[in-house]
Design a protein around this ligand. Structure first.
Ligand code: GLU
Length: 466
């Protein structure tokens, strides 16, 4: 059977490192097995779902390079697929029909218990130190109250067990007597998460469910439902929690770890994909998505929670900048330099990207070179106060050359050294005169980027300022 996985986000918040990891592992698993990835929008909770969040999730997935084959939004097939609709809010009739089928076959029943009765039942059970669960009263009801609209409950088989082998957590066994007949649809709340998911996973012929382990305890209910619906039980893999650096679970409220926020901070998608993939999977160095597909297996995923660490994201970003095409990097820094021509920006970026940790880093390195130099700060001016002869000699040395190319820097420096300037009294004043800063790119690159005219101009204004 061909592999079919699904990523099923609820559009109730932004994609964060945790649920992006779920999407990524579904993608890697599908691609590694020549299978199909489905994107399903779990918007059955219509009050909390929004079109804005949905669009943002799709945008983030596209940006990360995660492609899918069936379902909402842009996908590899160009058409949604034949087992849709792939949006729970459009599947209400399907859930109703399936609930009716379960009623007809006696696998589900109407329950007329009032909220008050259920609350009282819960209180009694808790007082007796028992886990609260429905007492199945309406299973055998004979008198149907005329004034109550019933909910539909699933009849959980008595004294049985549900077992499955989770790809991450191993053998799992749940006793049905601990589950209790649960609600699958209600007139007020609509379809339950467990029922909608089971119907969808069965009808969409999902073979492998990969999701967060907060759903582990839902799995026995879903296995019972899928079985009752006549579907094939998928394999399950429950991924351990992702924690923030504060050791608290990442959540949709944790804005700092949202993919959109990290994109806005200038991280490259490849860096995020690497940081996310390493949450529970020892990827082994910086990898492209394609390389990840080749090495992906659910078997090596850790059972314990992992921490989304900004330091390692930064480190991956350095690799991503090294690996990215110059054109891609230019696209990201262009907005910061609206007045710089493409050719100039390209040659400057080629030099500035080397060893840069982030796009912001590149912008910061280039800012003093590509924008007019502001007046020297008093500290810088003080450092230049002794350097007038050096700067005058530098102007002469630069003017002796036609243009500034790769070899010019050595020629200029050798000439200045021959005149007796050395060490701190040579390099630092030149750098300050040219960039207004004591640190930054190699002086050689600074001169190349500025070019002869600008170098002479900046050295000239430094003298005026001294
Ligand atoms: N919409 C659910 C969630 O976001 C999906 C759970 C599942 O994968 O079954 O948690």
């Amino acid at each position: 059977m061909t592999t079919r996985t699904r990523f099923a986000p609820s559009p109730t918040g932004h994609l964060h490192a945790g649920n992006a990891r779920t999407a990524l592992f579904n993608y890697l698993f599908a691609r590694a097995n020549g299978g199909t990835l489905i994107l399903r929008i779990d918007d059955s909770d219509e009050a909390r779902s929004s079109a804005e969040f949905e669009a943002a999730i799709l945008k983030d997935l596209n940006w990360l390079g995660i492609t899918w084959d069936e379902g909402e939004g842009s996908n590899t097939k160009g058409t949604a697929g034949t087992l849709g609709p792939y949006r729970q809010s459009l599947r209400k009739e399907i859930y109703e029909t399936k609930a009716e089928e379960l009623l007809d076959s006696g696998k589900a029943y109407h329950c007329y218990c009032s909220v008050e009765r259920l609350e009282e039942l819960k209180k009694v059970q808790l007082r007796a130190k028992r886990a609260p669960r429905y007492d199945n009263l309406c299973r055998d009801i004979t008198e149907i109250p005329s004034d109550t609209v019933p909910v539909i409950r699933f009849r959980v088989p008595d004294d049985d067990e549900v077992s499955f082998t989770d790809a991450v957590h191993g053998e799992k066994v749940f006793l049905t007597k601990e589950i209790g007949d649960f609600i699958i649809t209600s007139p007020k709340a609509g379809v339950s998460y467990n029922f909608a998911t089971s119907v969808d996973d069965a009808l969409m012929r999902i073979t492998d469910v990969i999701r967060g382990d907060d759903h582990l305890s839902n799995t026995p209910r879903q296995i019972l439902l899928i079985d009752a619906l006549g579907g094939a039980i998928p394999r399950y893999a429950h991924l351990p929690l992702v924690l923030g650096e504060d050791k608290k679970p990442l959540s949709k409220r944790n804005a700092g770890a949202s993919i959109a926020a990290l994109r806005a901070e200038g991280y490259l998608p490849e860096a995020l994909v690497n940081a996310i993939a390493n949450l529970g999977w020892a990827v082994g160095g910086y990898k492209s998505l394609k390389e990840m597909v080749e090495g992906f297996t659910l078997k090596r995923i850790s059972k314990s929670a992992s921490v989304f660490n900004i330091a390692s994201l930064k480190d991956f970003n350095k690799h991503a900048i090294e690996h990215a095409s110059l054109t891609d990097i230019i696209k990201l820094i262009e907005p910061s330099f609206p007045n710089t021509g493409t050719a100039e920006l390209t040659s400057a970026t080629e030099l500035a990207r080397i060893g840069a940790l982030s796009i912001a880093d590149i912008v910061e390195l280039l800012a003093p070179l590509l924008s007019p130099l502001p007046a020297q700060k008093p500290e810088a001016r003080a450092m230049l106060s002794e350097s007038e002869p050096l700067i005058s000699d530098a102007i002469v040395a630069v003017n002796n050359l036609d243009t500034l190319d790769d070899d010019s820097y050595k020629v200029i420096i050798d000439e200045l050294k021959a005149k007796g300037y050395k060490g701190k009294l040579l390099f630092k004043p030149l750098r300050i005169a040219l960039t207004g800063r004591a640190e930054g790119m190699e002086l050689k690159d600074v001169m190349k980027i500025l070019g002869k005219t600008e170098v002479v101009k900046r050295l000239g204004s430094a003298i005026k300022e001294i």
